[in-house]
Structure formats: structure tokens, C-alpha cells
Design a protein around this ligand. Structure first.
Ligand SMILES: C[S@@+](CC[C@H](N)C(=O)[O-])C[C@H]1O[C@@H](n2cnc3c(N)ncnc32)[C@H](O)[C@@H]1O
Length: 263
């Protein structure tokens, strides 16, 4: 059995490989390199998490599991204000071509307004909640000279009828407990269930952005999932987010990575 141990003052990590055919390149030296770097990276990640965890807020302590598909929600229930700086960076990124933009989830219209501020050729929005559609109908009165296409329904139902875009902005939330388990419980980032759909509706060179749920860098799992559908990843860390002590969202850090994936 192959065994590696990494010891730090606070933690000891043991890796035991039970199958000697596992990670078996041509030479022993190559194998050692792969195993040592994997273990080294894991331990380094733990050290970073130790630092990052010190800055977490406690949060409200419970995740929203009630069905929100048609719920009439307050602004803060739709999207807490701490996310606004992320919306700004995501809007700038998605509208960089000033072309045809697809936005999934209208919410409070904060990001829609930011996308409009950037100046885009067309703006298609998908939204399932009737009361949010009413918000949109009020909101668009400030943009009488602009063209919008509102697709009223779940993206799962409406997306197939849509064509291709220069930018896709994805910002939904789990609509119920099932979504929560499927989309958050089993994934590295909430949006990964949408990666293939985003790529399918992007022109070559088009860009995709979404709420990454990554604190200070992208995990390798996350990068590999993106590279299944996209040719390039750009990212920036947005810092000093004003996440309240009793934040209701499942996010507790004062930074998040904004990702822009290019097809
Ligand atoms: C967090 S809000 C979006 C906030 C928005 N970016 C803003 O700046 O105000 C999420 C929105 O996605 C919508 N939504 C969630 N799941 C959806 C789905 N499967 N299809 C269409 N819309 C969805 C919700 O109704 C909600 O309006």
C-alpha cells in the first residue's frame, strides 16, 4: 500500500492508496510527483481555509427551503444588498461585447439596470415568478426607448426556444427543497447545472457569468467543469462585501470570485 503523510501543527493528513494501479504513470518518479502535489495542494487549501474561516459571519442559521416559485417577496428576500457589487462586476463582464444578452432571473432588476447602463443591442430576460414579472413591467417604464424580450416561465421550459447570445448572465436561486438538494447539495458551485445550457446558447467567443460561490480562487473541480464547455476562464476576487452578521443567503464570506467563461 502506498502511503503519504503531511503533518502540520494543527492537522495531519494521511493518504493511503489501496489499489497500486491507481494513478500509475510510466515511472515511479512521475507517480510521486502527482501524489505529492495533490496532497500538498490539499494541505495548502486547508491552511487557506483556516484563514478564510476567521472572517466568516455566523449567518441566520437556516437555509430557505420553502417553495419560492411564485412567492411574493421583499427586495431583501429576492436578493440581499451585499450582492450588489457582484452584480456590477458581472454586468460589466457580460455586456463587454455590447451585443445580445440573455439574463436568467430578473429579481429586483438591479443587474438588468446595470446591463442597460453598459449599453447592449438586445436584452432577453427569463423569469418564472408572476410577481417579479409585475416588477419588471414597472421597471421597464424607465427604459421606454429600449427593446426587451421577456420570457415568462422557467428557464428549463423557455430556453430551448431561444437562439444564441453574446453574453449569458445567470442568477437564480433554488426554487424549493428539491432544487436546493440537487443544485447546491451535490455541486461545487450552484450554477454548474447550467454550464452546458449557457454554452449551448452562446456564440463562439461569447461570455458566461454567474454567482460562483467561491471565496478567493476557483477549485480545480470547478475549473474542470467549466473547461468541459468553455475555452477560457477569467476571474477576479470582489472583496469587502458587506455581508451582514445574520445573512439569510448561504454565503458567509466577505469576498467572492466573479467568473467570466468564454466559449
Ligand atoms: C436572486 S434573483 C435575481 C436578482 C437579480 N440579478 C437582481 O440583480 O435583482 C433570482 C431570480 O431568478 C428567478 N428564478 C429562479 N429560478 C428560476 C428558473 N428556474 N427559471 C426562471 N427564473 C428563475 C427568481 O424568480 C428570481 O426572480
Amino acid at each position: 500500500m502506498t502511503k503519504r503523510i503531511k503533518r502540520l501543527r494543527q492537522v495531519e493528513v494521511t493518504m493511503q492508496i489501496k489499489d497500486e494501479a491507481f494513478i500509475r504513470p510510466p515511472t515511479e518518479q512521475q507517480r510521486s510527483w502527482l501524489l505529492n502535489s495533490a496532497l500538498g495542494e490539499f494541505v495548502y487549501d486547508l491552511q487557506m481555509l483556516d484563514e478564510l474561516a476567521k472572517r466568516f459571519v455566523p449567518g441566520a442559521g437556516h437555509l430557505r427551503t420553502e417553495d419560492r416559485t411564485q412567492a411574493v417577496l421583499t427586495d431583501e428576500e429576492i436578493m440581499e444588498d451585499w450582492q450588489i457589487p457582484l452584480m456590477q462586476e458581472m454586468a460589466i463582464a457580460v455586456a463587454q461585447s455590447h451585443g445580445d444578452i440573455l439574463e436568467i432571473g430578473f429579481g429586483r432588476g438591479v443587474s438588468s439596470a446595470m446591463i442597460q447602463d453598459e449599453g447592449v443591442r438586445s436584452h432577453t430576460i427569463v423569469e418564472c415568478n408572476d410577481s417579479i414579472i409585475e416588477r419588471f413591467n414597472q421597471w421597464r417604464k424607465d427604459y421606454t426607448d429600449r427593446e426587451f424580450t421577456m420570457m415568462h416561465g422557467l428557464w428549463q421550459d423557455t430556453l430551448p426556444s431561444l437562439g444564441q447570445f453574446d453574453g449569458v448572465f445567470f442568477h437564480t436561486y433554488p426554487l424549493n427543497e428539491d432544487d436546493l438538494l440537487q443544485q447546491i447539495g451535490k455541486s461545487v458551485t450552484f450554477a454548474d447545472h447550467f454550464f452546458a445550457h449557457a454554452a449551448a446558447h452562446l456564440k463562439e467567443g461569447g461570455v458566461f457569468t454567474y454567482l460562483s460561490n467561491e471565496i478567493d480562487s476557483l477549485s480545480r473541480t470547478h475549473q474542470r467543469l467549466l473547461f468541459e464547455h468553455f475555452s477560457r476562464i477569467d476571474m477576479q476576487v470582489v472583496k469587502e462585501l458587506k455581508v451582514p452578521e445574520d445573512v439569510k443567503d448561504a454565503w458567509w464570506s466577505d469576498s467572492m470570485v466573479v467568473v467570466v467563461a468564454t466559449k
